[in-house]
Design a protein around this ligand. Structure first.
Ligand code: GTQ
Length: 344
């Protein structure tokens, strides 16, 4: 018996020298029946993070930093810039009069405005004004710069598909020779063209990304609130809607899907799990989310992560609104996405 074990051990060592491995050894004892996300459940409370953001504002300019961002680094990844397996998240600060210089990259970015008025983001020559709660899309390989023409700080959450793009070895980046890209179209032109349940006649999407730059908070919130009054909430997710590309009906970006949901006061949700690790922003109201066996309290402007396939359950003390995003478009395109309603 011992002799057989020794022979196997020697075999494993010898094939390792040739960069080979025995599958039955490598997988021994590993539970292959379901995914176990490396990501950890975690809440970043805005009250804890904001002082660091504010201090960063005294240490470095947006121009010098290029992007003055405090990254939400999931502790599971040892300092890597990842909030979930596939997504990066960070809180970007732009102070009055500042410009975050123009560049482009193959990563897709989405922004969710946390606080402040007077900032804009520019995408391929078109600017959109940012207001708290707006969800803004920066498509892959589009030139973008940001500026703050207001009189107070503006903070938004950046989410990029950087870990996914890195995994695929597809990260490219270019810096624009000037700080800002020329303004080529009127502000919020995309809103007029694509944001009113109409499309310009003959419009053909040339990219797998929504032509809507800015999904404004006000109409999204009004829709959710109205639905919440007239239709019963989902046992897990309350009244939840996804943002869509008006031309295709699909997701706003190929790699990141986004959602807005209302949870009524006193909601005690059913336990669910989904394969897409999800980044949530609490927009209004207070509550808690039980993730695995740990409870995470949240309130306005807090950000939290629910790792893929960990059971989660929302509870609220007040009417609450949550924004969220995940890589669900990728998982669904590949036919991999799953959902499980544990106690529904
Ligand atoms: O605004 O272009 O948080 O390129 C990280 C990388 C923001 C941006 C980030 C970026 C940006």
């Amino acid at each position: 018996m011992d002799e057989a074990r020794d022979l196997q051990a020697e075999f494993n060592r010898s094939i390792a020298r040739d960069d080979l491995a025995a599958l039955w050894v490598a997988r021994r004892g590993v539970d292959l029946t379901k995914p176990r996300s490396e990501a950890k459940a975690k809440v970043w409370r805005y009250a804890d993070v904001y002082p660091h953001i504010a201090e960063a504002g005294t240490l470095v300019t947006a121009e010098d930093a290029f992007r003055r961002v405090i990254v939400l680094a999931n502790p599971a990844f040892g300092g890597e810039l990842r909030a979930t397996n596939t997504l990066y998240a960070g809180l970007q600060l732009v102070l009055p009069g500042e410009i975050a210089p123009c560049h482009r990259h193959t990563q897709t970015a989405i922004r969710f405005v946390i606080e402040g008025e007077g900032a804009y983001t520019s995408v391929d020559g078109e600017r959109t004004r940012l207001h708290p709660g707006d969800f803004v899309v920066t498509p892959s390989w589009s030139w973008h710069d940001h500026g703050n023409e207001g009189d107070g700080p503006v903070v938004w959450l950046d989410c990029l598909d950087t870990p996914l793009v890195d995994f695929l070895d597809t990260a490219f980046r270019e810096t624009y020779p000037d700080m800002t890209y020329p303004v080529l179209r009127p502000e919020d032109d995309a809103q007029a063209r694509y944001g009113a349940n109409m499309l310009p006649v003959g419009y053909r999407s040339s990219r797998q990304v929504s032509p809507v730059m800015n999904y404004a908070y006000k109409p999204a919130r009004a829709a959710i609130e109205r639905l919440a009054r007239t239709s019963p909430p989902d046992p897990c997710d309350g009244t939840r809607m996804r943002y869509s590309d008006p031309a295709s009906g699909g997701w706003p970006t190929p790699t990141m899907g986004a959602f807005l949901q209302h949870l009524p006061k006193g909601f005690s949700g059913a336990e669910c799990r989904v394969t897409d690790g999800t980044i949530y922003v609490a927009v209004e109201g207070r509550g808690r989310t039980i993730i695995g066996d740990e409870a995470f309290d949240w309130g306005p402007r807090d950000v939290f992560v629910v790792p893929g396939w960990l059971p989660y359950r929302h509870e609220t003390n007040e009417d609450a609104i949550l924004f969220s995003l995940s890589d669900r478009p990728v998982q669904q395109l590949l036919g991999l996405w799953r959902q499980d309603r544990i106690t529904a």
